[in-house]
Design a binder for this molecule. Structure first.
Ligand code: GCO
Ligand code: MG
Length: 408
């Protein structure tokens, strides 16, 4: 069996999804997602210029050897661009394998460990009242877990994942059109004074059952993160995400020494070598990698297994940065993983997205039910894809009030 052709598409409804389609001499094809949010053309170029010319003629069933060929063969290891490109190839090869076996991928991993995987939605508000309404909306939809982000009184600009205008909670922005990023102005002191009380009020309002998550989005120093983690304990969070940038990983020990709040980190990681210290030293409770950014199913499964040895559960990244192809790969891992925790989920539901990526995966009452179709269980409509093209976008950048650059 041989790979005969592979194509890359960029575009989608409101997003520059990078979709890889690998075709074979037996008519079976596989799909992969190489979207690297706001840097989409780079993994696409890596695929087109270097990887696809090597893929042609390979046996698609040898997904492990193909992964090793590209990873070791690149010489320059890791990195988000390369790992996103390898990840797309790997997903597509697993998709082909599942179709050949006539089985959904979770069966090839070891079968289902659960019916329906817990997901969390994003609630947000320009202020606390606005946020309470947004949480109520998701609770009424049946969600059992909600991430909460809130506008901070006196903050010079709206910050991460918070709407600029009250009532605009389904339109909050994390990315901007155009190459030049918008600037957000941040003040950690105001945030640290306000947010712990707001989280405690949310817990009071919604009672003990709701799983409440909060994303600090890398904004605090390690010492501030330790103080903040201790201060949010009364809210009994399901997790506190990215309290401090995980570049200096030993610094997370300070937070651990001062708080038992569950910590979730890893959405910017792209290999097991970014995760292993945090996992082995049990400095985190949830690992946030995405199948697309971290080298595909083959590599992420290794991370999941390592995490399982250290009581670390999965909480795969699921921002709209990933196409339904990556989300399907994660859904199969979520159905199988003995150490599954929760899945961030925001993609399904728009008619345009469903038309571009038809699938029988479904969300019901805050649980994600993986489809039993062979392979990934998601398709890609090339005619629909022709409606979309690439539009450059960027993440905001963050400065402190005196102009100092800070972490988005
Ligand atoms: C999350 C993330 C995202 C990121 C975005 C960057 O927890 O969902 O923090 O919102 O900001 O994916 O590309
Ligand atoms: Mg995050």
């Amino acid at each position: 069996m041989k790979i005969t052709n592979a194509k890359v598409f960029i575009g989608g409804p409101g997003k520059n999804y990078v979709t890889l389609k690998i075709e074979t001499d037996q008519g079976v094809y596989g799909l992969g997602d190489a979207t690297l949010n706001n840097r989409e053309t780079l993994p696409a170029a890596y695929l087109r210029d270097y990887l696809i010319p090597n893929l042609i003629g390979m046996d698609p069933r040898n997904s492990e050897d193909i992964w090793q060929f590209f990873y070791r063969g690149a010489y320059f290891r890791r990195g988000p661009i390369a790992m996103a490109a390898f990840g797309a190839i790997d997903m597509a090869l697993w998709d082909i394998k599942g179709k050949l076996a006539n089985m959904p991928l979770y069966q090839l991993f070891g079968g289902k460990s659960r019916e329906g995987a817990l997901v969390y939605a994003h609630a947000t508000g320009a202020d606390l009242e606005d946020l309470m309404d947004s949480i109520s909306y998701y609770v009424e939809q049946g969600y059992k877990a909600v991430r909460v982000q809130c506008g901070i009184p006196g903050m010079p600009t709206a910050s991460y994942a918070v709407p600029e205008k009250k009532g605009d909670v389904r339109n909050y922005i994390t990315d901007y059109a155009g190459i030049r990023p918008k600037v957000e102005v941040w003040d950690s002191d105001r945030y640290m004074r306000f947010m712990p009380g707001a989280l405690a009020e949310i817990r009071d309002r919604f009672g003990p059952e709701l799983k409440i998550l909060h994303d600090v989005h890398h904004r605090l120093t390690p010492r501030e993160a330790a103080v903040f983690a201790r201060a949010v304990e009364p809210a009994d969070l399901y997790w506190l995400e990215d309290p401090t940038p995980a570049d200096d990983q030993d610094a997370l020990r300070l937070l651990r020494q001062h708080s038992t709040v569950p910590v979730a980190i890893g959405e910017v990681f792209n290999s097991v070598w970014d995760c292993n210290r945090l996992i082995e030293q049990e400095l985190i409770d949830f690992i946030r990698v995405a199948v697309s950014y971290a080298g595909g199913i083959t590599h992420v499964k290794r991370i999941v297994d390592l995490a399982g040895l250290h009581h670390v559960r999965t909480g795969f990244h699921g921002a709209p940065s990933h196409s339904p192809i990556c989300m399907a790969a994660q859904a199969h891992l979520n159905a199988w993983a003995p150490n599954f925790g929760i899945q961030e989920y925001l993609v399904l539901g728009t008619p345009e997205c469903d038309a571009l990526f038809p699938s029988a995966h479904r969300m019901e009452n805050g649980l994600f039910h993986v489809s039993d179709a062979p392979g990934l269980g998601v398709d890609f409509d090339e005619r629909e894809a022709a409606r979309y093209s690439y539009t450059p976008g960027s993440h905001p950048v963050v400065r402190l009030e005196d102009g100092t650059m800070w972490n988005y």
